[in-house]
Design a protein around this ligand. Structure first.
Ligand SMILES: [Zn+2]
Length: 253
């Protein structure tokens, strides 16, 4: 094995990368392959996905250690690889998209097929994702099985062009307001650009109590509500925007 040969993704490209990267490592990837490291330190998938998308399918199947290490790049947009003589920092600001089954057999909650997993097996499966990792995932969406009628029902779904235009308009709004993405707002800048009037503030406080939100979770909901409001063309964050943001953070998986 030649440790210092560049990976195919480097050799195939030359010059600047002009499209956002998309990386989809298999769950058997080594911790160093995902996060970076190795005896001759190299960037991992999280850095190769910098300013692009990192898709992790079968999320609970990744090693627990690798999943926990994702917390740093998800928070700071970089990873630190510590070695005896030096410590290296690689950029790693990616959009994490992950998928998982509701249980190992895949049928928990399915009205048509019974789940064959024991409660203990199910608990162990979902427990592979720690609370602090889940806290950093803003949108958690359950996707139930489609019925045959739903699959065959004729309909005209909205085409991508108007969706793109809507998202572009929301991006333009936030960039003209604060010069950066809502997801990067922290501390004072978040309070300044996502202020809450009295009604929405009490709604948010009640939701935070009910959901047991951490300080981080609270700020993440606020950033998401800012985006929901931008998508709706509303300069103010209202209860309806907060409610939508909160609905993406169910208490249980
Ligand atoms: Zn099951």
């Amino acid at each position: 094995m030649i440790l210092n040969s560049p990976s195919p993704s480097f050799t195939q490209r030359s010059g600047l990368i002009r499209t956002p990267p998309y990386r989809q490592p298999h769950h058997t990837v080594s911790d160093a392959g995902l996060i970076g490291g190795g005896s001759i330190p190299r960037p991992g998938e999280v850095s190769l996905a910098h300013r692009g998308v990192l898709f992790l399918d079968e999320l609970p199947e990744f090693s627990r250690k690798a999943l926990e290490t994702l917390r740093q790049p998800l928070e700071d947009g970089e990873v630190t690889i510590s070695r005896a003589r030096a410590s290296l920092r690689y950029p790693a600001r990616f959009q994490l998209i992950a998928a998982m089954n509701p249980c190992p057999c895949g049928h928990f909650g399915d009205p048509e097929k019974a789940c064959t997993c024991s409660p203990l097996t199910r608990t162990r499966y979902t427990a592979r994702l720690s609370g602090p990792l889940l806290d950093r995932i803003d949108l958690r969406v359950s996707v139930p099985r489609l019925t045959v009628e739903e699959l065959t029902r004729a309909g005209t779904p909205e085409s991508s062009a108007p969706v793109r235009a809507r998202i572009q308009a929301a991006r333009d709004t936030m960039l003209s307001r604060q010069g950066e993405r809502n997801s990067l707002l922290i501390g004072q800048a978040l309070r300044q650009h996502a202020p809450l009037a009295q009604g929405p503030a009490s709604f948010m406080a009640a939701a935070a109590r009910q959901l047991g939100l951490t300080g981080r979770g609270h700020d993440r909901v606020l950033r998401l509500a800012r985006t929901v409001a931008d998508l709706g063309g509303s300069p103010d964050i209202r209860e309806v925007h907060l409610a939508e943001a909160v609905a993406f953070r169910p208490r249980a998986l």
